[in-house]
Design a protein around this ligand. Structure first.
Ligand SMILES: [Zn+2]
Length: 738
């Protein structure tokens, strides 16, 4: 046998070996996925059984009559100057006074309107734990303090321990309580010296004598100071420890965006002080975060749970197309100066460098602003915050370090220079707008490339899978054009919106609703202002993208390139789009690069394309590869369709001038040879529709659709989704209801 006869056989064997390995990887991935699903299901079944058992025991009507009603009402008036409670305050206080572990998730700025009793009732019926979860609204940050201050003052003596990560806020509270003649103390690393600590420790061990009523302390202190814990034990044995109030409780969630490791050590409070009720407070937590926090804090005293309503009817949410940096800054500055003159706002950025750059750019455009991040020294940050709060500075350009616990009700706009890492973070950050209940706007700028940047950050976290799921939720939120954004955010917390009223019907609720109502209002006569969009099936294009990616990775693997791992061709999203664009160019199908970028991203969000992370000394790179089972399907079958590959059908609407079919038909007359591939990608007929012309940033073509299901990844609705970008729109249609 000649060596030249052997070479092809070797190559063939190597190729099939590479394919087999890819399949192995795929199977292993799938196995891991199934295992984790199984585990999740098992634990949720266990939790459900526990919940059911609890519900049986905990059918307490917290709105009912309690022995302390008169004293509580008295105290509310005399100490806090209020005649009545805000929604849910009384219920939470009743639960914690009943010595139950209590979890209160009360949004900080839900506007002034209080839901009518019937609406509240209707909403609570749709939720699990109907008996325990009550819905209401709270307006401002300060009402949260009432939830532990009032019960703490109800007993003639005894100590309430308040754990909070926000030192400046604790300083304020201590000052205000002291002014009212209540003895309280603060233990925090930067503020308390040794002598003071010793003095406070003395007061803690015997509150009956010292008269100490509130101890404010950082979670770090509880975690690290054995002395403190032993003093608290003395108070405990003297029956003088009333309760632990854990503020910003969501920080105890390991998967959360605000996770603080020291919060985990708070779990020992339950074991060290088994009889002391815990009151966990936060402005935001999804159901999974709540469950995680309860586990961390070992809240097992038949917890009572309260959840305020999360809808923010006065905030208009929108997502805008991210232009190049200079144009983006022009747009932001124009908005700030023209639409919100002299009104306060926040711009959130992803990194310190971004904060510096954006602040500099906005300053050059005449906006009074400054960068705020962990790298700025404490003194400058303080003066910056003061300038912003007094209105001398219009905008703080900040990383997420800014905003927790800041009480400024009249923030009129929150801009996101980059989307947040999770929708929960986005909800919380954007929610800092309009706490006074007056109209406010939340605008996020988005481009597909942001997704990969966020992905490389997400992969650098301890729980990569959770971070990825959260990010996919953010990505879908930005990509979608078919479902109300407020509805989407409410669904994150397992809630649905009340009947569409007020702002919503005016199309002021979000960009999706605004576009829908603009379309509905556009008279058919104004045809001159409309452009023609045609819809085509782009699933062949998606298959082409998957095949192109699989082929390139396969070829690289066969060449023995291994350091790319699952993605040996080292194709970034950008490179893949280039390859696709050049293939299409050869085929006379001029789909814009931008449309292709969205198409590729949608395939990533649909898990048809996966991301491989490559760590270098300075950065983390994201390479793409086709999900292995799909890769074998599209490579093994030249006639593979979206359907045969088990993928959703993809449809695309775009201006007729950009339609590849028209171009292909023209080229056909000339007898062009190279268009075959793309021409076959185009369905035999496309549907013509007349659509209103938008301002160029977005095309919006259909009324928001009724949603049928919501998937687990980010609480986002499954089903039809669409990608809108300048003049191009891709609709993804689910074939199979999963
Ligand atoms: Zn809406």
């Amino acid at each position: 046998m000649e060596p030249s006869d052997v070479d092809p056989s070797i190559a063939a064997l190597e190729r099939s070996l590479a394919l087999n390995r890819a399949r192995q990887r795929d199977l292993r991935d799938e196995e891991a996925e199934i295992c984790s699903q199984l585990q999740e299901l098992r634990s949720s079944a266990k939790q459900a059984a526990k919940d059911a058992a609890e519900a049986h025991h905990v059918l307490v009507d917290w709105t009912g009559t309690f022995e302390w009603d008169a004293t509580v009402a008295d105290l509310l008036k005399s100490r806090f100057g209020h005649d009545s409670f805000r929604p849910l305050q009384r219920e939470v206080i009743n639960a914690t006074l009943s010595r139950r572990d209590t979890f209160a998730i009360l949004p900080t700025g839900s506007g002034k309107s209080v839901k009518s009793a019937t609406q509240t009732h209707a909403l609570s019926l749709r939720l699990p734990h109907t008996a325990r979860v009550l819905i209401g609204e709270l307006q401002r940050f300060s009402p949260m303090q009432l939830l532990f201050q009032l019960p703490g003052l109800l007993s003639p003596s005894g100590l309430t321990v308040v754990v909070s990560p926000l030192v400046s806020l604790m300083v304020d509270q201590v000052a205000s309580l002291s002014q009212r003649g209540v003895r309280c103390a603060l233990l925090a690393a930067d503020l308390t010296d040794r002598t003071q600590s010793t003095e406070v420790h003395h007061q803690i061990e015997d509150p009956a004598t010292s008269g100490l009523r509130f101890l404010y302390v950082t979670p770090e202190r509880i975690a690290k100071s054995k002395m403190l814990v032993s003093k608290l034990q003395k108070a405990y044995h003297g029956k003088m420890l009333l309760r632990f109030a854990i503020d910003e409780a969501h920080c105890a969630c390991a998967q959360g965006h605000d996770f603080r490791p020291d919060y985990l050590s708070l779990g020992t409070l339950r074991t060290t002080f088994p009889e002391v009720p815990i009151l966990a407070l936060t402005a935001t937590a999804s159901e999974s975060v709540r469950a995680d926090v309860e586990r961390s804090l070992q809240m097992d005293h038949l917890s009572a749970r309260f959840r305020g309503h999360f809808d923010r009817p006065n905030i208009k949410y929108s997502v805008r197309k991210k232009l190049d940096e200079a144009a983006l800054l022009d747009e932001m500055a124009a908005l700030a100066l023209r639409d919100f003159p002299s009104q306060a706002g926040i711009v959130y950025t992803l990194s310190r460098a971004d904060a510096e750059k954006v602040a500099d750019g906005l300053q050059r455009r005449g906006v009074r602003c400054a960068p705020y991040h962990a790298g700025v020294d404490a003194l400058s940050r303080q003066s910056m915050q003061a300038a912003w709060q007094s209105g001398r500075m219009q905008i703080v350009v900040a990383t997420i370090a800014f905003g927790m616990g800041i009480d400024k009700p009249d923030v009129r706009f929150v801009f996101h220079h980059s989307m947040s890492k999770s929708l929960e973070a986005y909800y919380q950050e954007s929610g800092r707008a309009g706490r006074d209940g007056k109209p406010a706007e939340a605008i996020a700028w988005w481009s597909p490339s942001d997704f990969y940047r966020l992905a490389s950050l997400a992969c650098d976290t301890s729980d990569r899978a959770a971070a990825w799921r959260a990010l996919v939720g953010s990505g879908r939120f930005c990509e979608m054009r078919h479902c109300c954004r407020r509805e989407c955010l409410a669904s994150l917390f397992g809630q649905s919106l009340p009947a569409r009223v007020g702002a919503v019907s005016l199309g002021q609720c979000c960009d999706v609703c605004a576009a829908a109502s603009a379309e509905a209002a556009a008279p058919s006569a104004s045809i001159a202002h409309r452009s023609t969009l045609e819809e085509m099936d782009v699933s062949p294009l998606a298959i082409d993208a998957l095949r192109c990616l699989a082929e390139l990775n396969d070829a690289a693997a066969a060449e023995g390139v291994t350091d790319g791992g699952a993605a040996p061709a080292k194709l970034t999203a950008l490179k893949l789009v280039e390859k696709l664009a050049s293939r299409l160019r050869h085929a006379d199908a001029k789909l814009s690069r931008e449309a292709l970028e969205h198409l590729v991203l949608r395939l990533v969000l649909a898990d048809a394309i996966r991301v491989h992370f490559a760590f270098t000394a300075y950065s983390i790179l994201t390479y793409l590869f086709t999900r292995p089972s799909l890769a074998s399907a599209v490579l093994g079958d030249p006639g593979a369709t979206a359907h045969s590959a088990g993928l959703h059908a993809l449809a695309c609407s775009l201006p007729s001038t950009l339609l590849p079919m028209a171009k292909a038909a023209k080229a056909n007359k000339g007898g062009g040879k190279r268009k075959a591939a793309a021409a076959s990608d185009v369905p035999p007929q496309s549907r013509k529709r007349v659509l209103p012309e938008s301002d160029g940033s977005d095309f919006e073509v259909e009324q928001p659709m009724k949603q049928t299901g919501r998937d687990a990844a980010g609480g986002m609705p499954a089903g039809r989704g669409r990608i809108a970008s300048a003049g191009v729109e891709v609709v993804i249609i689910d074939d199979d209801e999963e």
